[in-house]
Write a protein that binds this ligand. Structure first.
Ligand SMILES: Nc1ncnc2c1ncn2[C@@H]1O[C@H](COP(=O)(O)OP(=O)(O)OP(=O)(O)O)[C@@H](O)[C@H]1O
Ligand SMILES: [Mg+2]
Length: 231
C-alpha cells in the first residue's frame, strides 16, 4: 500500500531524517514509535508532502507520489490526522466534518458509517468543535479524515493529551476503521502499550533512523521500551 524507501527530510538546512525506509502493507495497522523529537511527525509530514524531501521514493499502491502536492496525495487516498488534532474550534462539528469533503472537491456527503463509528459526533453535530473534550476532538479529527474515504489513514499521536478512559475508545475505533471499513492504518505514538495492542507491525525510530522493526506478535516490548528511552 505504502512503500517508503531511502527518503531524506529537511527543515531548511537541517536534515532531520537521513534515510527512511518503511513498509505499510495493505490491510494492516502499522505503528511508528519513538521518544520526543526523534522525527516521527517529520516522517509523516514527508509522506504528506509537508516537508522538503530531497531523495528517495514513496509509492502509494505502486504510484510514485514523492513529488506530488499535499492535496494531490490526499485525493489519491491518504487521510491524515495531525498531531494536536487541528480541528477548528469556532466551527461546528458538522462544519469541521464538511471540511474533510474538500479532499474530494467538496463532493459527496458524510457517510452513516462515520456516525456508527463515533456516535458522539452525531449527537454533537451542532456544537462548536472547541466545546468538545480532548477525546471527542480526537474522534472528530479522525472522522474528518474518514469522510473522503481514504485508502490509508495516518494518525500522529492520537492518544496525546487524552484521558486513559477514552484511549480505549480510540483504540477500538482504530480497529474498527481497519476491520470494518477495510482501511490501512499508520499510527505514530509514544504510548507503547496502546499501539502494540492495536498494530500488526512496528517500527522504532531514534534520531531520525529506524533502529528496530518487526511483527508485533513477535515484539519484545521491554526491548522496544529500552530503545525508546535511550538518550
Ligand atoms: N518546523 C520545524 N522547523 C525546524 N525544525 C523542526 C521543525 N519541526 C520539528 N523540528 C525538529 O525536527 C526534529 C524532529 O521533530 P519531530 O516533530 O518530527 O519529532 P517527533 O518525533 O514527532 O516528536 P514528538 O514526539 O515530540 O512529537 C526535532 O529536533 C525538532 O526540533
Ligand atoms: Mg510529533
Amino acid at each position: 500500500m505504502l512503500e517508503i524507501k531511502d527518503v531524506s527530510a529537511w527543515y531548511g538546512e537541517s536534515r532531520i531524517i537521513p534515510s527512511l525506509s518503511m513498509n505499510v502493507p495493505a490491510g494492516e495497522i502499522v505503528c511508528l514509535v519513538g521518544r520526543n523529537g526523534v522525527g516521527k511527525s517529520t516522517s509523516l509530514k514527508s509522506i504528506m508532502g509537508m516537508v522538503k524531501t530531497t531523495s528517495g521514493s514513496i509509492l502509494l499502491n505502486g504510484e510514485e507520489i514523492i513529488r506530488k502536492k499535499t492535496y494531490e496525495r490526499a485525493s489519491l487516498g491518504i487521510g491524515f490526522v495531525p498531531q494536536g488534532r487541528e480541528i477548528f474550534p469556532q466551527l461546528t462539528v458538522e462544519e469541521n466534518l464538511e471540511l474533510g469533503l474538500q479532499v474530494n472537491g467538496g463532493k459527496g456527503k458524510i457517510g452513516e458509517e462515520i456516525f456508527e463509528l463515533f456516535p458522539i459526533i452525531k449527537t454533537f453535530l451542532k456544537r462548536k468543535g472547541g466545546n468538545l473534550s480532548g477525546g471527542q476532538q480526537q474522534q472528530l479529527a479522525i472522522a474528518r479524515a474518514l469522510v473522503s474515504h481514504p485508502k490509508i489513514l495516518i494518525l500522529d499521536e492520537p492518544t496525546e493529551g487524552i484521558q486513559p478512559s477514552i484511549i480505549e475508545d480510540i483504540a477500538s475505533a482504530i480497529q474498527r476503521v481497519n476491520s470494518k471499513l477495510g482501511i490501512t492504518v499508520l499510527i505514530v505514538e509514544q504510548y507503547l502499550d496502546f499501539v502494540l495492542s492495536v498494530s500488526n507491525r512496528y517500527y522504532v525510530m531514534d534520531k531520525g533512523e529506524i533502529t528496530l522493526s518487526g511483527l508485533t506478535k513477535d515484539a519484545d516490548s521491554e526491548l522496544i521500551q529500552s530503545k525508546m528511552s535511550i538518550g
